[in-house]
Write a protein that binds this ligand. Structure first.
Ligand SMILES: NC(=O)c1ccc[n+]([C@@H]2O[C@H](COP(=O)([O-])OP(=O)(O)OC[C@H]3O[C@@H](n4cnc5c(N)ncnc54)[C@H](O)[C@@H]3O)[C@@H](O)[C@H]2O)c1
Length: 433
């Protein structure tokens, strides 16, 4: 399908809005990204990118003639065929999704005369589209279409995920609005799932819940492996080769974090509860994840006894590699617990800068973080950690203990380097050593 250039306004210059805007520009469309943060827009206008997402800076740079940034709603909406909403939907105190930014966008829309389509990229509870439709109608914007087009990109691989998605989901009230959004994606080869708006909203929540369930499942298997003498890495390999199961999302570790899974699981739990349904499985998935983040503390206790006065180095702060996103990162829980137990905590991360981590000292390298420490905890599987000279690191530590929270490193090699090693769910690899 050849691209017919459209004009797209994107509301929200965060992880999703910037990726969406840059990718649509790269597909040949004219894109204006609008944010309420004047500093952020200023930075973008100078050609800098305010978030860390591999490849995004060069994608924006090579599309400057089709991609602009503004704080002004009128400027963004002028001539827009599509209004993408990519604002944040963080959790409220009750765990429900906070849709205030979404409503602000809807209420700020001027009296559009042309047949624009409002497209929801933000992750929202099922039923949001119906309510937005109602609000648009009340405002005399019946001719403005509404489509749910949820985002499945993962931070760190967002550009590839956007351009080569597993599927594009388009939920619409009117077929012609869905057709228009489908045509906007011309140039992207992927199966398209066309459905009603409520199903589009639910696909996003259910996909996240399925992925989280797999993570908590393998983490519980890991915990049973530890108690019974098996190695979860071999177990995951063995079950992942079953075509009915598959290998993805079967890496045991210290639990999921990030800007999506924790808040979306809470939002789905509350959505179900508000509708009178107790979602038992999802509740268990959330609880398993909370406990999993704390298991490292138990491992440190079993080796070091009291942590008061012990020095612990956390390697990696971002919730996963290739992002600077710290939202709900397991490192926050770990750092908080360690500080509460009286440990001296040092941390290193290659991209997270100046994180306010309860007074944790930030080191310039993994080696500097570990020097003189009683334990190192590998929190985020940054590729850089594979290249560390662990033998040299062990020699500088007061006590060469390494807890590999992501099962990233080879335990036998670490033991040969002088470490006492613990992974997650790797009892067999310890007893063999
Ligand atoms: N981060 C991800 O990888 C990811 C993946 C899939 C879905 N999502 C969903 O996408 C949505 C956005 O997530 P994000 O991580 O990009 O959030 P973000 O916090 O990085 O960015 C949101 C941006 O919206 C801006 N904003 C707030 N109100 C605005 C308004 N009225 N007009 C214009 N801009 C406004 C904020 O200033 C901020 O820059 C969320 O619903 C999230 O759940 C995120």
């Amino acid at each position: 399908m050849s691209v017919s250039p459209q004009t797209v306004a994107v509301f929200g210059a965060g992880y999703v809005g910037l990726v969406t805007g840059a990718c649509f520009a790269d597909l040949g469309h004219r894109v204006v990204v609008r944010d309420v943060l004047a500093d952020r827009v200023e930075v973008l206008r100078r050609g800098e990118v305010p978030i860390f997402e591999p490849g995004l800076d060069s994608l924006i740079a090579r599309n400057t003639d089709r991609l602009s940034f503004t704080t002004d709603v009128g400027e963004a909406i002028e001539g827009a065929d599509f209004v993408y909403i990519a604002v944040g939907t963080p959790p409220t105190y009750s765990g429900d999704a906070d849709l205030s930014a979404v409503w602000t966008v809807i209420d700020e829309l001027p009296q559009i005369e042309r047949s624009t389509v409002v497209v929801m990229k933000s992750t929202v509870p099922v039923g949001t589209g119906s309510r937005v439709r109602h609000r648009l109608d009340e405002r005399g914007l019946q001719h403005v279409g509404y489509v749910s087009n949820p985002e499945f990109t993962a931070e760190g691989t967002a550009l590839r995920d956007f351009m080569h998605p597993d599927r594009i989901v388009i939920g619409s009230f009117r077929d012609e609005d869905g057709d228009a959004v489908e045509a906007l994606h011309a140039g992207i080869e992927a199966p398209v799932v066309r459905c009603d708006v409520a199903s589009g909203e639910m696909i996003k929540l259910a996909a996240n819940a399925a992925l989280m369930t797999r993570i908590s499942f393998i983490n519980e298997i890991a915990n049973v492996c530890e108690a019974t003498g098996a190695d979860v890495v071999r177990v995951a390999e063995g079950i992942g080769l079953d075509r009915r199961i598959g290998p993805a999302f079967l890496r045991a570790g210290i639990g999921f974090g990030g800007s999506c899974f924790p808040k979306d699981s809470l939002a789905l739990k509350q959505l179900a509860a508000n509708s009178g349904y107790h979602f038992q499985l999802l509740n268990a998935v959330i609880e398993v994840n909370e406990l999993q983040k704390r298991r490292v503390i138990g491992k440190l206790h079993s080796h070091l006894g009291s942590l008061r006065g012990a020095t612990v180095a956390l390697l990696g702060l971002a919730f996963k590699p290739n992002t600077d996103d710290m939202r709900e990162a397991p490192s926050l829980v770990l750092a908080g617990r360690l500080v509460a137990e009286g440990a001296d905590v040092r941390a290193w991360d290659p991209v997270v800068e100046g994180a306010d981590l309860f007074g944790v000292e930030i080191a310039s390298s993994p080696e500097a973080a570990a020097a003189g420490a009683d334990a190192v905890v590998l929190v985020t599987e940054w590729p850089e950690l594979a290249d560390v000279d662990w033998k040299a690191v062990a020699a500088t530590m007061r006590n060469a203990l390494l807890i590999d929270g992501r099962n990233m490193l080879d335990p036998a090699a670490l033991r040969a380097a002088g470490f006492t090693v613990e992974g997650i769910g790797r009892a067999a690899s310890v007893s063999e050593g």
